[in-house]
Design a binder for this molecule. Structure first.
Ligand code: 2AM
Length: 178
């Protein structure tokens, strides 16, 4: 089996700025700077034999290049459950369009449809037992964070592998946007 997802890479300067947002929240596990990305479509575990079909499906996606702006920070989840701290994405119809194109290509390739609504974000940290008061302050203090515009001219199929220091994301293939 192989664990896959489709994402946008972020330029190093943007990843550095995102990594620089970190700190000040006890119980936060920060994303390694090289792992910061914007998921277009999570795939999950599939048989290795499906990889050629997935690759062909993604290769058939035709969508325009676009600009992306990161905007603000926020969190998913609340209470003591596992929570995610993220950087947001300014409303972006081209990104939603790309998500839909990728979704239908993958469904044509035989993958189950994603039932959850697409909600673009860059995961900054996973929170366990982080005091909500500190999380709230973090979000408030970084509310004016903005990065971009970032020109997006391709999307990437990644493999996620477990590593000793957390997951390792290997880019398998890039697909151009026109
Ligand atoms: P997340 O960062 O918000 O968890 C690789 O795991 C990427 O796929 C991450 O960006 C992750 O988003 C995303 N993803 C979407 N759905 C997922 C799921 N059910 N399990 C793990 N990752 C998921």
């Amino acid at each position: 089996m192989i664990r896959l997802f489709v994402a946008l890479e972020l330029p190093e300067a943007v990843r550095e700025r995102l990594a620089g947002l970190g700190g000040g929240v006890p119980g936060a596990r920060w994303t390694e700077p090289e792992n910061l990305h914007l998921t277009v479509r999570f795939i999950g575990e599939v048989e290795n034999g499906l990889l050629p079909d997935i690759d062909a499906a993604l290769g058939s996606v035709s969508a325009p290049a676009f600009d992306l702006v990161l905007d603000g920070v926020g969190q998913f989840g609340s209470g003591s459950r596992s929570r995610v701290l993220w950087a947001g994405v300014e409303r972006n119809d081209a990104l939603v369009h790309l998500n839909q194109k990728v979704e239908s290509a993958l469904v044509r390739a035989g993958l189950p449809r994603e039932e959850r609504r697409y909600s673009p974000h860059v995961t900054l940290a996973r929170l366990r037992d982080a005091p909500q008061e500190r999380v709230g302050r973090f979000i408030q203090d970084r509310g004016l964070f903005r990065a971009g515009p970032i020109r997006v001219e391709h999307f990437t199929l990644f493999e996620s592998r477990p590593g000793s220091g957390g997951p390792v994301y290997d880019p398998l293939r890039e697909y151009p946007l026109g």
